[in-house]
Design a protein around this ligand. Structure first.
Ligand SMILES: O=C(O)C(=O)C[C@H](O)[C@H](O)COP(=O)(O)O
Length: 216
């Protein structure tokens, strides 16, 4: 299978995408490692982190084979190219940008652009996007997915923004492809102690397992 589709398949299977926003490269790497220890395989290192490209390079270099390192908050195609060259396996942005889509297509890297309307979603699909990020998820709400999948059943949507342990079942129940989790994962960090990230990641993993069990 083309690596692009392996990446998306793994993201769907793992279901949780950790959105990593650090004060610096070291913090981004530490949060990523803790999230991975807690069971989350997909790590989206955001470019709001100074030195994000170095964090991506380090994680991609040392990654266990099942770690999927991607780049988030990618605002332009130049940043997308840097991230891809450093080893990012997917690119996420808060908005849709045709130039980023074109750059990602050139390297067969999945692009997950943030969209908040059906027009934006259709524009993204037209540019070859396979999975659209719903952003901000907290404003759109889980029902948005079901509503959009009425007229556009083939669309794959990954909400990000406001996803928590208390609403993940609703996102899943409405057909989300995967979910992005940022602040819920890092809110317990205090005084350089990052162990809370592993703990919260485990709680998300447990919650996911119990939702899946309930569905079976
Ligand atoms: O900028 C991007 O490309 C993003 O991926 C934005 C993130 O999805 C949200 O910032 C995460 O939101 P919270 O989980 O509420 O912290």
């Amino acid at each position: 299978m083309l690596q692009k589709y392996e990446t998306l398949t793994e993201m769907h299977k793992g279901y949780l995408v950790a959105v990593i926003r650090g004060e610096n490269k070291e913090e981004a790497v530490e949060i990523s490692k803790q999230a991975y220890k807690g069971g989350i395989r997909s790590l989206e290192v955001t470019f709001s982190t100074p030195g994000a490209e170095d964090a991506i390079a380090e994680l991609a270099r040392t990654a266990d084979s099942d770690m999927i390192v991607g780049a988030g908050t990618v605002l332009d195609e130049e940043t997308a190219r840097i991230a891809i060259m450093k080893g990012a396996r997917y690119i996420v942005s808060p908005h849709f940008d045709g130039a980023i889509a074109t750059m990602c297509n050139r390297y067969a890297i999945p692009y997950l652009p943030g969209c908040g309307s059906v027009t934006e979603i259709m524009q993204a699909l037209t540019f070859g996007v396979d999975v659209v990020k719903l952003f901000p998820g907290s404003l759109l709400g889980p029902g948005f997915i079901k509503d959009v999948k009425g007229p556009i059943p083939h669309v794959q949507l990954m909400p990000s923004g406001g996803v928590s342990i208390d609403n993940i079942d609703k996102w899943m129940g409405n057909g989300a492809f995967a979910v992005g989790i940022g602040s819920a994962l890092t809110k317990g960090i205090s005084n350089g102690d990052y162990s809370s990230v592993e703990k919260v990641a485990r709680e998300f993993m447990d919650k996911l397992a119990s939702i899946k069990e309930g569905q079976a």
